[in-house]
Design a protein around this ligand. Structure first.
Ligand SMILES: *Cc1c(COP(=O)(O)O)cnc(C)c1O
Length: 226
């Protein structure tokens, strides 16, 4: 059984706390967008999140996102109109095809085959390049040395490369080197958006230059799966 969805009041209070912590960590000229991660939660939770003022929502699984978006359109059409979906999970070309223009920002483009498919299915789509900044072999993301070629390829194909995305270390080690590396890569390639930081490490990510944090459990409580 999935946990009971957080109420609008609960989400509003947690969001206020989150914004306060982000404000304390950011530089005066640093804007930080919040992507609320709704994976595993149903349309009721999405409706509550939108009522609390969250409209950029992150999802990891194509099937789940497709079903959720459809259910939203049927049951909460005004909510469905306001949501902007960010895809933040592992990708294959067939998932890009399946989701089409449902997705507002593709955060996990990490290889040429995905660039090619995205340019074909959704010309001009907004995207980030996911970078593996921790050298963990099981993790998605291109190698730091491959960023330049992917940026070039995506730009040449007319995609809107807005920045970079990374996931901090999954073994509990110090995330600062990973976040610093992403910021340096962003500077090197003139890319503005840096999507880094989750519930466990977003304050550090913001101090190290994040312009976008992806927050699930700190807003919505624990999930019954990752
Ligand atoms: C699940 C997930 C998040 C949110 O994780 P929390 O720890 O619940 O904040 C952020 N980014 C990605 C890529 C995720 O898969």
């Amino acid at each position: 059984m999935a946990p009971t969805p957080a109420t609008v009041e609960q989400i509003t209070a947690r969001l206020a706390d989150l914004r306060q912590r982000i404000d304390a960590a950011r530089a005066p000229d640093q804007a930080v967008a919040i992507v609320a991660v709704t994976k595993t939660f149903g349309p009721e939770l999405v409706a509550n999140a939108v009522a609390a003022g969250l409209t950029a929502l992150g999802e990891n699984y194509a099937q789940e996102l497709g079903a959720k978006a459809e259910e939203l359109r049927e049951r909460f059409p005004d909510v469905a109109d306001r949501v902007r979906w960010h895809f933040i999970g592992g990708l294959q070309s067939n998932k890009i095809k399946m989701l089409g223009d449902l997705v507002d920002l593709w955060q996990t483009i990490d290889r040429r085959s995905l660039v090619k498919e995205l340019a074909k299915r959704q010309p001009g789509a907004g995207m980030l390049i996911q970078v593996n900044t921790t050298d963990e072999s099981q993790k998605s993301g291109c190698a730091p040395a491959d960023v330049a070629a992917l940026v070039d390829d995506a730009s040449q194909r007319g995609l809107d490369v807005r920045g970079l995305m990374t996931i901090g270390p999954t073994d509990g080690s110090d995330p600062r080197p990973a976040f610093d590396l992403l910021r340096r890569l962003g500077e090197e390639h003139g890319l503005i958006e840096l999507s880094m930081g989750m519930s466990g490490d977003y304050e550090i990510a913001v101090r190290h230059g994040a312009t976008m944090v992806r927050i699930g459990s700190d807003l919505f409580g624990p999930r019954d799966r990752v």
